[in-house]
Design a protein around this ligand. Structure first.
Ligand SMILES: [Zn+2]
Length: 138
């Protein structure tokens, strides 16, 4: 047993997307690694504040760091899923008008258009798509 005073807690990774933070947390817990999420309540109350504090912090014990990295390496780069879209007109984070998720992709340009057309063959041309509730909105 390690001495209690040696159990240093560190931030494993930061996430902008609450859902992704929970997916990773569940993944680590499934592998027997204790971890917890900080700042979640603050962010749920005000998603724009998310950016100011650098996202949601997933906390682990330092002794588990290598193991956590191995587990996440097996999952591929999940940060592809982690993003916040900024509305160029208002300069605010885009939030789903249906469920308030920040897991939003632009449907008109770049990689999201190709992902969307692959995953959702019938997606329409509205400006934003919510990956949380699958709604499109402007
Ligand atoms: Zn939504």
């Amino acid at each position: 047993m390690a001495n209690q005073s040696e159990e240093k807690i560190i931030t494993f990774e930061n996430y902008y997307d609450v859902m992704l933070a929970h997916i990773v947390r569940t993944k680590l817990e499934d592998n027997g690694i204790p971890c917890f999420i900080s700042d979640e309540n603050t962010i749920a109350a005000n998603p724009i504040y998310n950016q100011a504090i650098g996202g949601i912090k997933l906390k682990i014990f330092e002794r588990d760091l290598e193991r956590c990295r191995q587990i996440m390496a097996e999952e591929g780069d999940m940060h592809n899923l982690d993003h916040i879209e900024i509305d160029e007109e208002t300069n605010n984070a885009v939030i789903c008008t249906y469920c308030a998720s920040t897991n939003i992709g632009s449907t008109d340009t770049g990689k999201f258009a190709s992902i969307l057309s692959a995953v959702f063959p019938f997606y329409n041309n509205k400006a934003w798509h919510c990956f949380n509730c699958q709604q499109d909105f402007e």
